[in-house]
Ligand binder design. Structure first.
Ligand SMILES: Cc1cc2nc3c(=O)[nH]c(=O)nc-3n(C[C@H](O)[C@H](O)[C@H](O)COP(=O)(O)O)c2cc1C
Length: 241
């Protein structure tokens, strides 16, 4: 069965039993998922802008509520039943912290390449959310430990995607960077990252509409246009009699 057959099937079935949600909800969720896209926004050297206090607090409140809904992402194993069940940890750098981070990064890092994109991204965003997880290092046997850690990562990625969708629904732009640079030099210490902690996403959040057009470079995700429009990755599994 090809992907087109799948689509036809779901459309004709909806007349019968896919009626638990009204069609507007489905259309809105679909639209927001499609509208989310990478917005890489970098400040030039002469970029000198501050959002108004009101814009900043409106944006911050929207980020907080997006985090609050993102936490409904699924997870299979508890990180730690006594202290924290969810596998993910979130650090939020609001605008002031982003500006400090941008200016201190070269010093804290120690060997940051000249012209590195991170200080430019930190200067241009409304705020930045760093999502990480802590691998289990003690569980035995090793096979089980590897599985648990893979699932911690998968759950953390589900949290990140929920967050991006929730941001888009609030008309906030985002860029998911993997950001290995935040694990280098003296930066983990400054961010309070533990030795074994893994960073899954550095999400730069844009308070769209409050940012000026000048002094910024705007780039899209490198692979945005490379998606397969025919869903070639979909394999129907069927068994004979
Ligand atoms: C786990 C993960 C890590 C990513 N890291 C980076 C990154 O470090 N730099 C970057 O430019 N884009 C990064 N991206 C964004 C992708 O490049 C982007 O999603 C892709 O080009 C598709 O574009 P779209 O998000 O606009 O659909 C990352 C995406 C994911 C899921």
């Amino acid at each position: 069965m090809g992907s087109k057959t799948f689509l036809k099937m779901s459309v004709s079935m909806s007349a019968n039993f896919l009626r638990k949600r009204d069609e507007n909800t489905v259309a809105t969720v679909d639209e927001v998922i499609r509208a989310r896209r990478t917005e890489k926004i970098l400040a030039n050297d002469d970029f000198d802008w501050q959002p108004s206090k009101e814009d900043l607090s409106t944006g911050d409140r929207a980020v907080e509520s997006a985090l609050d809904v993102a936490r409904w992402a699924p997870f299979h194993y508890p990180r730690d039943l006594q202290q924290q069940v969810e596998p993910w940890t979130v650090r939020w750098l609001r605008r002031d912290a982003c500006l400090t981070f941008a200016s201190k990064m070269p010093e804290w890092h120690g060997q940051l390449a000249a012209g590195h994109k991170f200080p430019k991204l930190f200067r241009a965003c409304g705020s930045c959310v760093i999502v990480s997880w802590l691998p289990n290092t003690e569980m035995h046997p090793e096979k089980k430990r590897l599985q648990v850690n893979e699932e911690h990562l998968a759950a953390t990625a589900a949290f990140v995607q929920n967050f991006l969708i929730a941001l888009e629904a609030r008309n906030l732009g985002s860029y998911w960077a993997s950001g290995p640079v935040v694990l280098e030099g003296g930066i983990p210490d400054r961010l309070g990252l533990q030795d074994k902690e893994k960073v899954t996403a550095v999400v730069f959040v844009h308070y769209r509409g409050s940012t000026p057009d000048v002094g910024l470079d705007r780039l899209e995700g490198k692979l945005r246009k490379s998606r397969d429009p025919e869903m070639g990755w979909l394999k129907a599994v069927e068994f004979g009699e």
